[in-house]
Structures are given as C-alpha cells and as structure tokens.
Design a protein around this ligand. Sequence first.
Ligand code: HEC
Length: 132
Amino acid sequence: MAIQCLNARKPALGPALIALSLGISGCSRGVPAPPSGVLDSRQAQQEGGVLYAANCAICHGTSGDGRGLRQAGLDPPPANLTLPPWSEEATAGETFLAIRNGVPGTPMASWPTLADQQIWQLVAYIISFKAH
Ligand code: HEC
C-alpha cells in the first residue's frame, strides 16, 4: 500500500541518484519518495510558497482552501489542499504526482515547466498549510 511504500525513505543520496530513484522508484506503484529533509525544510517551504503564489493561488486560494479567484465555474472545483490527503506528509509522493502529471479530464494541468525540486518545494509548502 502507498503508506508503506512512502515510509521506505531513501537515505540521503547525491542528486543524480535521487533523480534516478525518482525515475525508477523502488516502489511498486511508482510513487516517488521525497528527497530527505525537504518536507521539513523552512527554505523549501518558503520557495514553494513563492511558486504557489505565482502558479496555484489563482485557483486553490492563497490559504490553500480551494477558494481562489478562478474557482468559479471550474468542474470539479479546485481541491482544498489544507485537508487530507494533501495535508499529510505520508502522501507527499501522491501530491508530487498530482502536480507533475495533473489530473486528466479536470482543470488541474500538468506542470512540465517545474523541475522536480520545485514540485517537492510546493509539496513541502502545501503540507505546511496546516501549521499556519
Ligand atoms: C486552473 C486552475 C488550477 C490551477 C492553476 C492549479 N490547480 Fe490544482 N487543481 C485544480 C482543480 C480543479 C483540481 C481538482 C481536480 C480533481 O478534483 O480531481 C486540482 C487539484 C489539485 C491537487 C489534488 C489532485 C487531485 O487528485 O485532486 C493538487 C495537489 C493540486 N491541485 C496542486 C496544485 C498546485 C501545486 C498548483 C500550482 C503549481 C495547482 N494545483 C494549480 C485546479 C487548478
């Protein structure tokens, strides 16, 4: 199950190995594990916050509750990112994939312009919503 998979954290590796492990992933469902320490990093959360304000707040709202300026008429409506599973560290890999790949058939686009590191910063920021 996803939780076990995500708990199997990789030890700190060089960036190349992390990229490799994200690509292949030891997890049978292909859910990537966050690079060590990123979710608790203040700096990652702050940089994620800048990316979020620029790209995501328009739909998901500045506080992540799904009430952004563009929410009206979106079907389905933007997810409330302050609630599980998105607020849960254990599902960080699923959140990563939702941002990386988007949600087909919904207004949630994929984000090919964001580097993996930037997506992890976004995930760190989203998880930090509940602390605000
Ligand atoms: C055009 C509006 C829009 C923008 C911009 C947008 N989203 Fe979304 N997002 C949505 C909608 C609509 C959904 C709900 C999809 C669903 O219910 O399946 C969603 C869902 C999600 C989800 C949950 C995925 C799921 O399966 O429901 C995450 C995580 C997410 N968005 C993160 C982000 C992040 C991070 C950004 C910025 C990089 C972003 N979104 C930008 C509209 C948007």
